[in-house]
Write a protein that binds this ligand. Structure first.
Ligand SMILES: [Zn+2]
Length: 66
């Protein structure tokens, strides 16, 4: 009761696409983690690669919501 929300749950509210691993070859961010830049190794702008967002969006249309 009153416990802070775990990071991975908070992330799903702001970045639902983090539910899937990043399909970008050089990135491959794990579920629940932000995408990292290839050279900077820092989270990319927006938190995820556009390809990851696209892949997640497509899955929303091809799979029933869990
Ligand atoms: Zn990525």
């Amino acid at each position: 009761m009153g416990a802070p929300m775990p990071d991975h749950l908070r992330a799903r509210r702001t970045h639902p696409e983090w539910a899937i691993p990043c399909p970008v070859q050089h990135c491959r961010a794990k579920p629940g983690l932000p995408c990292l830049g290839r050279t900077t190794h820092r989270p990319v702008a927006g938190g995820s690669h556009p390809t990851r967002l696209d892949t997640w969006l497509v899955q929303q249309h091809t799979q029933p919501a869990a």
